[in-house]
Write a protein that binds this ligand. Structure first.
Ligand code: ZN
Length: 376
């Protein structure tokens, strides 16, 4: 029997070589870093420099009963969902040849990442095509470039160097990206992420269900102006201290709710949301000023992550960016949350740049963007 290592001229290797030169190819991408099991198929035309999203499917874990994501339940959710999800999407697109399989390698919850990575590696072997492990945060940063690669697109193009503001339940960071592998985090959270703070504050105000920050946003849209009944203090209120910090909002709001027993109104909810956004804007502006020289050649600020779907935040950011001569780019709210399309696109950019993953590579739950390198 021939050993696996000796089969270097077998069908798998032939396909690998073929794919690295191919001008048109299709990518299957899997995202399982947190509580969304997602799969996408993207077709790429390298000659025309275009890409088209063929399909995207997602199954989100309902954590409303737990009041937050339970890592063990999230892992079980991915193990349960990823197989049927991929089976169905491949069946639906049976006439589409898959040439590359990508999966989120990190950062994220260890068990969740492992589910997607293991499935993708098995699938790549089964299909006889390469596997590529993608950095989740890089994928968020590159999201606008997928849609800018659509055939016939003629709007603003996000080119290196560019700035990104990632605002989600897991991250709050301002990043300067000079290339696929050169990222400088200009401002990061010292404690919890903005989305986490919004969710927790919303729960304290009495909201129930899943994605509470979003529920609170919908609720306070009927308010024209925020109330000023709780006089919420700004954390890290020193303009030379470039750190986001959101944990104090939750403790202060919990204390005020207990103390005043105030009824939650749209105006009060808006006061809480506005205070959190004001802190984000204040520190982002301070970072723009402190890193003026470093960011001088950037012309775009990409705002992504689940919180970037908030219309009030979008408006505030657009105003700030206009002052700094930056084009604010907001991916469609659906693509601001975790998805597999961004993983597929980042996989395409990396693959074409010569980045490779091998089957020995395992998930990297903690993977700072600044440590993402071509050779790993
Ligand atoms: Zn994410």
């Amino acid at each position: 029997m021939r050993a696996y290592a000796a089969s270097s001229r077998g069908p798998l290797q032939r396909r690998l070589l073929h794919t690295s030169r191919s001008l048109t190819y299709n990518v299957l991408a899997i995202e399982t870093s947190c509580d969304d099991t997602c799969a996408a198929i993207i077709s790429r035309d390298r000659e025309k420099n275009t890409a088209a999203l063929i399909d995207h499917v997602k199954i989100t874990l309902d954590s409303s009963l737990q009041g937050g994501i339970n890592p063990a339940l999230a892992t079980a959710h991915h193990h349960q969902s990823v197989g049927p999800l991929i089976r169905d999407v491949l069946k639906k697109h049976a006439d589409t040849t898959i040439d590359l399989v990508c999966a989120t390698r990190g950062p994220g919850l260890p068990g969740c990442l492992s589910s997607g990575v293991t499935f993708a590696k098995g699938l790549s072997l089964g299909l006889g095509v390469p596997y590529l492990g993608v950095h989740h945060m890089l994928a968020h940063l590159l999201t606008p470039r997928l849609f800018e690669a659509a055939e016939g697109y003629s709007g603003h193009k996000t080119e290196f160097p560019f700035l990104s503001l990632l605002v989600s339940g897991g991250h709050t960071m301002l990043v300067l990206s000079k290339s696929l592998y050169d990222h400088t985090v200009l401002c990061n959270t010292a404690d919890v992420a903005i989305g986490d703070a919004l969710d927790k504050c919303a729960r304290t105000l009495g909201f129930q269900g899943n994605m509470l920050g979003k529920v609170m946003d919908q609720y306070c849209r009927s308010a024209d102006t925020p109330s000023s009944q709780w006089n919420i203090p700004m954390p890290v209120d020193n303009k030379n201290d470039i750190r986001y910090s959101f944990a104090a909002f939750h403790s202060y709001i919990g204390m005020k709710k207990k103390e005043t027993q105030a009824e939650t109104t749209p105006e009060l909810a808006l006061e809480v949301q506005t205070a959190i956004f004001n802190h984000l804007m204040k520190k982002t502006k301070a970072a723009f000023n402190i890193y003026k020289k470093e960011i001088a050649s950037a012309t775009t600020l990409v705002c992504s992550g689940g919180v970037a779907a908030n219309p009030r935040l979008r408006e505030a950011l657009q105003e700030l960016c206009a002052k700094y001569k930056l084009e604010a780019v907001f991916p469609d709210p659906y693509w601001c949350t975790d998805n597999a399309a961004m993983i597929g696109w980042a996989g395409i950019e990396l693959h074409e740049d010569g980045y490779r993953s091998d089957l020995e590579g395992f998930q990297i739950p903690k993977w700072p963007l600044a440590e993402f390198e071509k050779e790993i």
